[in-house]
Write a protein that binds this ligand. Structure first.
Ligand code: G6P
Length: 472
């Protein structure tokens, strides 16, 4: 393999490989905010190599066969690392998803969780090995003075490992999640908390979606290491791309799915949401708010349908399995309480169906994003750009997106179900009203903000910044 001048590194790669019923390997697009943003960004860059982990048996088999060469059948140069299953599972599920994700999104139920014991320490060692394996792979393939852009909480230790191994490299790190306040971050074992922050600070530039997360990281760096890190921390917001969304909206499969959905919904208003089925997305309180809306404001019965698209996610983690089941139960309760012969109040779909999810957003009148904490939330931007009409936005103040959309959205406290119900009521009422210059201007501001920091710009700004800082 020729050495690469630009290397992107993340746990999940742009392709996901599975084995179908006939035993043949299928390649599809990887999921989640990181992959979709980065994929679009890289289309604008000449050549880059993307290093990622094999995340399943099928991927490990393919990665083994590739033996360090880029995967066949992918447009991008993808190097997939065949990290052994035990190491991967402990690093990905045990540490990245169940410890670090929970910390950054403040999801622990502190009466029982977390619990750092000998078993957890073994997982932490796996996380260290996992990061080490990436360091070795990047060392192998990065050209002298190459730029290496490391992504997310799976790879917190990698920037410092690379810095030590290869002082010539210019390293960017970007966190797609929120950061946690110092007191919360210190739930982590002391050495782990320090290693995480020191690991990240191995980078020349440490990027966040918003000032709020950047500031929280700066405070952790200061409290734990006495390092103000001010020269390295920067904000690079990411939104959707207007052209890409316009293309997607016109795509054959999306239009077909939209017309099928329209047949079911009729001319009713649509409250839409699309998420990974994920604790931080707060789907349950969202459903409770919808139930409260229908209970307390009966004028909306028969006039609205809540369309909920949940992509399955992290199904090896018990909390996620329970959460998914609770979502299904609550959805069934809402159906039972309100359905009439001519009206289904709720359409819940838990499956991987990208065109159908986009189709739901094209029909959305009110988009509901009530995450308890969310680095940015790209779905809200996609909804604004995909919708046929001019959608109203009900948005959690704990999302990075709230900082970009500000007063043009109806901003809620995600824990306050009654406030969310009132916001839905307000949003639905606004949909029916005739347009005024003020509402037209607001819709336009939302559209501009939703496309203001497209992936290519987000990525190129970071690369530029890494070049600049590393030169100094
Ligand atoms: C978020 C994270 C990504 C992650 C994605 C999907 O967007 O920031 O790093 O890839 O969720 O999660 P998963 O565990 O399925 O990769």
């Amino acid at each position: 393999v020729p050495k690469a001048d630009l290397v992107v590194v993340s746990n999940r790669g742009p392709v996901s490989i599975s084995v179908d019923d006939t035993g043949s390997e299928q390649m599809s697009r990887g999921g989640g905010g990181l992959v979709s943003g980065m994929q679009t960004a890289l289309e604008s860059v000449g050549s880059a190599v993307w290093v990622c982990a094999a995340m399943s048996d099928a991927e490990r088999a393919v990665a083994q066969r590739a033996a360090g060469q880029p995967l066949a059948g992918s447009d991008l140069d993808v190097i997939m690392l065949p990290i052994d299953e035990e190491t991967f599972e402990a690093a990905y599920n045990g540490v990245a998803n169940q410890t670090l994700w929970f910390t950054l999104h403040m999801l622990f139920d502190p009466i029982r969780q977390p619990l750092f014991d000998a078993e957890w320490r073994r997982q932490w060692e796996a996380y260290q090995r996992f990061n080490q394996a990436f360091a070795e792979a990047v060392d192998e393939l990065a050209a002298r003075s190459a730029i290496v852009m490391v992504q997310d909480y799976h790879l917190f230790l990698l920037p410092a490992l690379l810095r030590k191994r290869r002082p010539d490299l210019r390293i960017g790190f970007f966190t797609h999640t929120p950061w946690a306040p110092v007191d919360y971050f210190r739930i982590l074992p002391d050495d782990v908390a320090r290693d995480v922050v020191a690991g990240v600070l191995g980078a020349d530039v440490v990027g966040f979606h918003t000032q709020r997360w950047a500031e929280l990281f700066r405070r952790c760096a200061h409290a734990l290491l006495g390092d103000c890190a001010d020269d390295r921390i920067a904000v690079f917001g990411l939104t959707a791309d207007a052209e890409e969304m316009a293309e997607r909206r016109e795509a054959e499969d999306v239009r077909a799915a939209a017309s099928r959905l329209r047949d079911v919904i009729g001319d009713r208003l649509v409250i839409g949401r699309v998420d990974r089925i994920e604790l931080s997305k707060n789907v349950i309180r969202g459903l409770l708010a919808y139930r409260e809306l229908l209970r307390d404001r009966p004028q909306w019965r028969e006039r609205v349908v809540h369309v909920v698209f949940d992509n399955p996610s992290r199904e090896d983690i018990p909390e996620y399995v329970e959460y998914a089941a609770a979502v299904e139960r609550l959805a069934a309760e809402i159906q039972a309480e309100f359905s009439t012969p001519g009206w289904t109040p709720l359409l819940l779909s838990v499956q991987e169906d990208y065109p159908a999810a986009l189709a739901a957003l094209t029909l959305t009148d009110v988009v509901l994003i009530d995450s308890v904490r969310d680095g940015m939330n790209l779905v809200v931007f996609e909804a604004i750009l995909l919708a046929e009409g001019k959608p109203q936005v009900v948005l959690s103040r704990e999302t990075g997106a709230a900082d970009l959309l500000g007063d043009d959205a109806i901003v809620i406290n995600p824990y306050d179900v009654s406030q969310t119900a009132a916001a839905l009521d307000q949003a639905l009422s606004l949909v029916g009203q005739p347009e005024t210059p003020a509402t037209a201007a607001r819709a336009e501001r939302l559209r501009v903000a939703a496309a203001g920091r497209p992936p290519a710009r987000w990525f190129n700004d970071q690369v530029e910044r890494v070049r600049l800082v590393a030169q100094q």
